[in-house]
Structures are given as C-alpha cells and as structure tokens.
Design a protein around this ligand. Structure first.
Ligand SMILES: [Zn+2]
Length: 392
C-alpha cells in the first residue's frame, strides 16, 4: 500500500523516499529484535542501537510533514504515519504498529471501532469483507494480537456518553432506529455541535450522510440551519443524503426547490437515475417535474413510475398521462404498478397508495383499452399485474 506523500512537489519526493527507505529498514530491524526474522548482526544490542538511530532519522524527516496528535486507531501512541484512504483529504493518521495492523487487516476490535467512527465502516481497509460489525478481523494476513484485551464497546457501554454513542452510530451499517433513539437523552444543540465538528474535519461523504440521517431522524428542528449550510457548500456528491434530510428538516417548498435546482446541474444521465430522490418529498410538484423533464431523457427509467407513486399519483393524473404522450402513458402504468408492488427499499418504507381511485371496473376498463391500442409484452404484463392487484 502506497503511503501518502505529504511533502507535495516542493522537494518532497526526495524527502519522502528518504523517510520511506528508513522506515522499511526500521521495520526489518524490529523483526530481528522480535526474533521473527534472523538477524545478520552480531547481537541484539546492536540491532536495538540501529533501530534507535533509524527511528530518530525517520521522526526527524517526518516531523515537518505529519501533524502532531494521537493515533486514530489505538488512541494511545502518537501519530507516526499517514496511510492513504479513498478520501483524498482524510488519510488514516496512525502509529507504526496500527499502520501495520491496518494494512494487514489485523486490527483489534477497539482499533477498528475507533477508525470506523472517524472514516466510516465502508472504506476499503475497514469494510465488511475484512471485519464483522463488531470489528472482528475476518481475513487477517497477520495474527491479530490479543484481540480479547481490546474489545469494541457495546451499545450498552456507550449509550450514556454522547461522543462515544455517536462514534458507535458512525460505525454501524447503517445505525438502527433504536440505537439512534438513544440520542434522545442528550441536548439537540450538543448533538449538532459534535456532528458539525465531525463532518467539518472529515470531508468524507459517508460521515456526512450518517450525520444528515441522524439530523433528520433525531433532531430535525434543530438541524434546519445546519442542513442549509451543507447545501451552501455547493458540493453535490452527497445529493441523495442531502435530499433525504432536506425533506424533513427544511420547509417542503425550499427543500424541493433545492433538490430540483441541484438536479438541473447534473448531466442528464445522472438526472434520470437520481431524480427518484424527489420521492422523499411525497409532493405532487414532483409529478409536474416529471411532466416537464422526462420526454427527452434517454433511455427510459423504471424509477420514473416509482417516483410518480411516491409523489401522490391520483387516478385522474394517471388517466391524463395514459391519454398523453407514449412516455407519460408508460410512466402512468409503472406508477400504478408501484402503488401495489413495492420492489425497492424506498417503496417498502413508504408503501404508497393510489390516491382518489375510481371504481375498480372503470379503472380496469381504461387499462384494457390502453393495452389493446398499444400492445406490447411489457404493457400486457404490467396491466395484467395491476389488474390482479386491483381485484384482490
Ligand atoms: Zn496506534
């Protein structure tokens, strides 16, 4: 694994190489001392002497590049290395030993917990293929040292400590509702202060998404200004999480306007997939948005019908679409089906229903007429399914 070159371009390359080569030597000498590799030197004392000299050289070379602080994993030793993560501005800042354990997937549960609380549990070095949710190493390439002495805290261990409880929630994939509700005993403004600090220092969209989720589910009123602040950063890489929190924390018109404005800034290929986020608002305004935006978008997306169902589709609007353009008619059919068939997480969560339905016979007659005039396997199959749900 490549270590991050903190020195940048101004003579940093040489300094970096100097530091890296000495670090490798330091690790080798350490293995001589521990006995895991045979030493070419005369005595153990000689090895220890060389190790000290190398360590001093490395520390000296690194001191101007590595920020002072405590290792993010063990939270005991000083930071001695920065290991790259997927987030460019958020390397793992760890001690030598934790760096080695991170790269060999042999972190102890507590070290995994401490890192996942800062970086999120989805990062390559920490994710579920290598560690269970409790931080148990599942594929270590080196033996995990004394894991039983460094357990990750349980929910009961942290529930009365705001910072540790937030750490716990940030390590979940995602947090459970009961676990989030435990925040109810703390002051909203204290929760928000901590979330703001965590998001501000991380530049990590997983951390921001978790913080927005906590805001929406636990402190929606207190979070209005903060959610607005996240919009004002202009960063749309977390748009789904921002939209979801905005639907609860912001006045509905403002939230919907912010999301439609953001969609307008995206390439068309992304808009067709991402527009489902308008479904968080359950607003007929999203039906108006569909009418004015989907005609030219290619190819057709199954999400458009789901969005219609989530946005208060009425039978009257469905009939208008069925008699309108071919594309709107298809969205109407898909939208009607999505009022019964919940095949996504969002549909399962909200279970949308067709609003202001006509008598079943009348609706079936309309659908049969449409299927007769526009025969295709897709339409036949879907109309058949809708009819079977209507007749239940
Ligand atoms: Zn450490």
């Amino acid at each position: 694994m490549k270590k991050k070159d903190k020195a940048g371009d101004s003579s940093g390359g040489r300094q970096y190489l100097f530091t890296e080569n000495r670090k490798k030597l330091w690790h080798r000498v350490r293995s001589w001392i521990s006995g895991s590799q045979q030493s070419p030197l005369a005595s153990k004392d000689e090895s220890i002497h060389i190790q000290k000299r190398l360590r001093n050289q490395v520390d000296e070379a690194q001191s101007e590049f590595i920020q002072p602080g405590i290792c993010e994993a063990c939270r005991i030793s000083p930071i001695e290395e920065e290991v790259e993560s997927e987030v460019q501005q958020q390397p793992y800042r760890v001690c030598y030993l934790c760096s080695e354990r991170l790269l060999t997937r042999s972190l102890r549960p507590l070290e995994w917990f401490n890192l996942a609380a800062i970086h999120g549990p989805y990062k390559h070095h920490l994710h579920a293929d290598f560690y269970s949710e409790g931080g148990i190493a599942e594929q270590p390439s080196k033996e995990v040292e004394d894991p039983e002495k460094y357990p990750a805290p349980s929910f009961d261990d942290v529930r009365n400590d705001l910072e540790r409880l937030l750490d716990y929630l940030f390590t979940r994939q995602p947090p459970g509702r009961d676990e989030m509700d435990a925040l109810g005993i703390f002051e909203g403004r204290d929760i928000l202060t901590s979330l703001n600090q965590r998001v501000g220092s991380s530049n990590n969209i997983d951390i921001e998404a978790c913080a927005l989720d906590i805001c929406a589910k636990v402190i929606p009123k207190e979070s209005e200004g903060w959610v607005r602040q996240r919009w004002n950063t202009g960063n749309l890489s977390n748009l789904p999480a921002l939209a979801s929190a905005s639907a609860i924390c912001l006045p509905p018109e403002e939230g919907l306007r912010r999301v439609t404005d953001a969609l307008a800034q995206l390439p068309e290929s992304e808009v067709r997939n991402q527009c489902i986020i308008l479904g968080w608002f359950h607003s007929p305004l999203a039906l108006d948005w569909l009418e004015t935006h989907v005609e030219k978008m290619e190819p057709y997306s199954d999400n458009w019908g789901r969005l219609a169902a989530l946005s208060g589709l009425t039978w009257g609007r469905a009939v208008t679409w069925i008699h309108g353009s071919k594309r709107l008619a298809l969205i109407a059919i898909d939208g009607l089906l999505a009022c019964w068939k919940y095949d996504t997480v969002m549909l399962k969560e909200y279970s949308p229903k067709l609003l202001d339905p006509a008598p079943v016979e009348e609706m079936i007659e309309e659908l049969d007429r449409y299927a007769q005039i526009n025969p295709s396997p897709r339409v036949d199959r879907r109309v058949g399914l809708i009819k079977s749900y209507m007749n239940k």
